[in-house]
Design a binder for this molecule. Structure first.
Ligand SMILES: *[C@@H]1O[C@H](CO)[C@@H](O)[C@H](O)[C@H]1NC(C)=O
Length: 160
């Protein structure tokens, strides 16, 4: 996202050092965010989901590719504000569920504050264009493009 993260993950490190005074002044020619993505984020995209469903800092994850059972370690509780309606969401230290292409079920560890109470998100479906969040029998649909970037956890800075 920032020229700094681009700096760290580029293989042309030496070249970048020379170019930094210049690149700091020109705008990013690549419209896609250049976040440092963990293997967990990349795995999400393999299943048809945008990276923004997970906070930026992921400590580890495991997945059983046969059953789809997964768990993601976030290293601590995480609070973020979800676009576009600015719902407050919390992620537990460990988020678990079952993932297949375009579908996450039996989700445990993500809660959203709405209508004066907390709701557990139990499932997420991806249609490509949209994400459908399921809270029990109720669902809410949002454009996937709102989740193209991984949000940082609020109120703490990599206290790992
Ligand atoms: C993965 O899931 C399959 C199917 O449920 C199961 O048979 C297998 O034991 C699991 N593997 C591991 C490592 O848990």
């Amino acid at each position: 996202m920032t020229p700094k993260s681009l700096f760290f993950f580029s293989t042309t490190l030496a070249l970048l050092i020379l170019l930094i005074p210049i690149s700091a002044q020109i705008s990013d020619p690549n419209p896609k965010p250049t976040q440092s993505l963990s293997a967990a984020h990349i795995e999400l995209t393999n299943y048809g989901f945008p990276v923004g469903l997970l906070p930026s800092l992921v400590h580890g994850y495991s997945i059983n590719k046969t059953s789809g059972d997964f768990s993601v370690e976030l290293g601590g509780d995480c609070k973020i504000t979800l676009p576009p309606d600015n719902y407050l969401a919390t992620y537990s230290r460990t988020v678990r569920g079952k993932i297949v292409s375009g579908k996450i079920v039996e989700l445990d560890g993500i809660r959203v504050r709405a209508l004066f109470r907390w709701w557990s998100i139990t499932g997420i479906r991806s249609t490509g264009e949209d994400l459908v969040f399921e809270v029990g029998m109720v669902s809410a649909k949002y454009p996937s493009k709102n989740f193209d970037e991984s949000p940082d956890c609020e109120g703490k800075h990599s206290s790992s």
